[in-house]
Design a protein around this ligand. Structure first.
Ligand code: 13P
Length: 253
């Protein structure tokens, strides 16, 4: 089986500062060499310009953590896809569970954000995932399919250009990772849903996120439908993030 290149994306969330960012990117550049997988860092919006300069000429791609669903105008506090593009942003997270949970983002809003990103030439990393209650009620499949369906519905022509991240809410920041089997099972469902929508489903990267770390990454990344990781806490420590990148490397054919 030919394997596609894996993608390891760090999500810094609301962490960092000018000095810490410089030190982290410097350490990543030192340790990275020529990675066999794709590498990205999703940084807080105020640091896009700083990190754009820090990653210039490296294998690290710049990502944002959110984008407005609107094109431009009276939307105080928001950043448009065109603005992100101005700073060389290659990926943007949409529908992270923290945005859904704390900012009331609905499936329709997330789908619109993905559409704005695609129109601006930025790859949306569409995040889906169930809560603990939903998992315990046996609703995992139904929830992630509903979340992804909204994105597919209004982006049908471009769906082959997205990235999907499965992040079970109960595994985020809790140290409680989904087992490789649990994650693979959901990824297979998502792959099947994408296959019904596009002939390009096999090449859409499906990332796993939720307490991925240097110890558990290799096992997760070895699953057939896990094409990479979306890493929170461990992406803030260069040695840990580099080890995850190395694990992705070893999972490649
Ligand atoms: P943690 O890796 O800290 O659990 O966060 C996962 C996440 O939410 C990445 O977007």
């Amino acid at each position: 089986m030919t394997q596609k290149k894996k993608l390891i994306a760090g999500n810094w969330k609301m962490n960092g500062g000018l000095q810490a960012n410089a030190a982290l990117i410097h350490a990543l550049r030192e340790g990275l060499g020529a990675p066999a997988c794709g590498v990205a860092v999703a940084v807080p919006a105020p640091y896009l310009a700083q990190v754009q300069a820090l990653v210039a000429g490296s294998a690290i791609a710049l990502a944002a953590q959110d984008v407005s669903q609107h094109e431009a105008g009276a939307f105080t506090g928001e950043a448009s896809a065109a603005m992100l593009r101005d700073f060389g942003t290659r990926y943007v997270l949409v529908g992270h569970s923290e945005r859904r949970q704390y900012h009331g983002e609905t499936d329709a809003v997330v789908a619109a954000k993905a559409q704005r990103a695609l129109a601006a030439g930025i790859t949306p990393i569409v995040c889906v995932g169930e809560t603990l209650e939903q998992r315990e009620a046996g609703q995992t499949e139904e929830v992630v399919k509903r979340q992804l369906a909204a994105v597919i519905e209004i982006n049908r022509d471009r769906i082959g250009d997205i990235v999907v991240a499965y992040e079970p809410v109960w595994a985020i920041g809790t140290g409680r990772t989904a087992t490789p089997e649990q994650a693979q099972a959901v990824h297979a469902v998502l792959r099947g849903q994408l296959a019904a929508a596009t002939e390009q489903a096999a090449r859409i990267p499906l990332l796993y996120g939720g307490s991925m770390n240097a110890t558990n990454a290799a096992e997760l990344l070895a699953q057939p439908d896990i094409d990479g990781g979306l890493v929170g806490g461990a992406s803030l420590k260069a040695p840990d993030f580099l080890q995850i990148i190395a694990a992705a490397h070893h999972c490649q054919a």
